[in-house]
Design a protein around this ligand. Structure first.
Ligand SMILES: [Zn+2]
Length: 481
């Protein structure tokens, strides 16, 4: 069987242990030997990793490449970050049914591994159709649990929700608990974009913890953040609430992207959904620090709005920012679409406090062709900025947050770690140069410093380019490699 020997690497094994200089042999799709004194065998491929760090391949537990993979199975913007596995179906939104999607990926594999969440909002829409602006009946909830059962049987690894978004925002806690119980019975976890990430962050957190407690299910809190002026600087309090839940036995982990701005649709800043009520809009804009903090990135009915913030658009149109917001809402509704926006709404001390918690992992909330720089830059940015420049994290701890911690959430024991017998998903990077290059203006710029990426024993990324190999697999909870 074909083997590869990686020589002289500084190994960050994914557990958080200090770097160790070791040689690592890969045979087929497995790591078969790790030692300081491995000698090359005849015909073996050699990779000289002098000066480089060898880590387990990064696992991105919140990735929006579901559509992107269909047209871009090489996923260069992902593997160039050192990512070897992406989890799709976040925020309550998944393909439906999921089986044909997974079958298509098996038939036409991508360069990296994928896994799929069952989307709560997706399931809700199957049962309620367009009549979703209300609490579901008991009968409807029963039907939803049957679809959750179907998704788990088809290979979903858990249930995701996006309770802040339109379809799911009308759901009761009971409805979510009922579906989460199904995922729990299959050994899955509950991943959630909670009901509010602004003024009501704390009550939304309480609901999330209650769901975990009532459904007896491990929690993955998506893109942890405190997103409005009234909760800025409250990370210590938020963390205390989570720590208290963890002490009570709730299996609570979270992920965080390394940016102080979010990307979503324009309606998400209005938790009361009074999109055309000037007083509500006024409050929403000030909660986000002002209209200058909300920038339109995509608006199909009027492309001239793109790359301008609401304050600029208001000035250009000689109206108030509140009137401008309402105009964009109306033009979007008339065209049955919504503006995509970037909101600058988080502060660095809160991001730092979250990143320094041992239960917070790295995830992108991005993906192929993302309009947010996190789609192409998240993992190198953490290594380059939070580790090398700011010293918020040690390198082994940052690697742990990208590898064994997400693997632990999912329950995978043979990925996310470098040890003999584990699957050879590996990332080799230069700790002195690794860095993101993507920006809000140029979100697709590829990162630098990720030298080689190996997926299931095959080289998929080599310094500056994808090799063309597509060894990615569909991974399940008890996957059979
Ligand atoms: Zn989200």
């Amino acid at each position: 069987m074909k083997s590869i020997l990686i020589l002289h690497a500084q190994v960050a094994d994914g557990t958080g242990a200090p770097l160790r200089k070791l040689n690592v042999r890969i045979t087929g799709d497995r790591i078969t030997a790790i030692a300081a004194d491995l000698k090359p065998q005849p015909g073996e491929q050699i990779i000289d990793a002098k000066g480089l760090v060898l880590a387990p391949g990064f696992i991105d537990i919140h990735n929006h490449s579901t559509d992107g993979l269909e047209s871009d199975p090489l996923a260069e913007s992902q593997i160039s970050q050192g990512i070897t596995t992406i989890v799709l179906g976040a925020d309550g939104d998944s393909p439906w049914p999921i089986a044909p999607y997974l079958a298509a990926r098996r038939a036409n594999p991508p360069s990296l591994n994928i896994a799929m969440m069952a989307g709560h909002a997706t399931i809700r829409e199957q049962i309620m159709g367009k009549d979703f602006r209300r609490v579901a009946t008991q009968d409807e909830i029963t039907k939803m649990t049957q679809l959750a059962e179907q998704a788990m049987n088809e290979g979903a690894i858990g249930l995701s929700s996006g309770l802040e978004y339109d379809v799911a925002s009308y759901s009761s806690t009971d409805e979510v608990v009922a579906e989460a119980k199904v995922a729990a019975a299959h050994g899955g976890f509950y991943m959630t974009h909670i009901r509010d990430e602004g003024d009501k962050s704390f009550s939304a957190l309480d609901e999330e913890i209650a769901i975990g407690e009532r459904a007896h299910i491990p929690i993955e809190h998506s893109h942890i953040k405190l997103g409005t002026v009234s909760v800025w600087h409250k990370a210590p309090e938020y963390i205390r609430t989570i720590e208290a839940a963890r002490k009570r036995g709730i299996d609570f982990l979270a992920d965080c992207y390394p940016y102080d701005a979010w990307h979503s649709n324009i309606k998400v800043i209005m938790p009361d959904k009074q999109y055309e009520n000037p007083a509500s809009v006024e409050k929403a804009l000030s909660d986000n620090g002002g209209a200058q903090n909300i920038t339109i990135t995509e608006f199909k009915p009027n492309h001239s709005y793109e790359n301008h913030n609401i304050a600029e658009l208001a000035a250009t149109n000689h109206i108030t920012p509140v009137e401008m917001y309402i105009r964009i809402i109306r033009e979007g509704d008339a065209a049955n679409t919504e503006a995509e926006v970037i909101g600058k709404s988080m502060i660095e001390p809160d991001i730092k406090a979250f990143y320094q918690q041992p239960w917070v992992m790295v995830a992108s909330d991005g993906g192929i062709a993302s309009e947010h720089p996190r789609g192409a830059g998240t993992f190198p940015r953490v290594l380059g900025v939070y580790v090398r420049e700011k010293h918020w994290l040690t390198l082994p701890e940052a690697v742990r947050k990208m590898t064994s911690l997400p693997a632990q959430r999912i329950g995978w024991k043979d990925r996310g770690v470098i040890r003999e017998g584990a699957i050879a998903d590996l990332t080799l990077f230069n700790p002195k140069t690794v860095l993101d290059r993507s920006t809000f203006a140029k979100p697709l710029e590829l990162s630098i410093g990720i030298e080689k990426v190996i997926v299931n024993g095959q080289l998929v990324w080599d310094s500056t380019h994808a090799t063309g190999s597509r060894p990615g697999r569909v991974l399940e909870l008890t996957h059979n490699p």
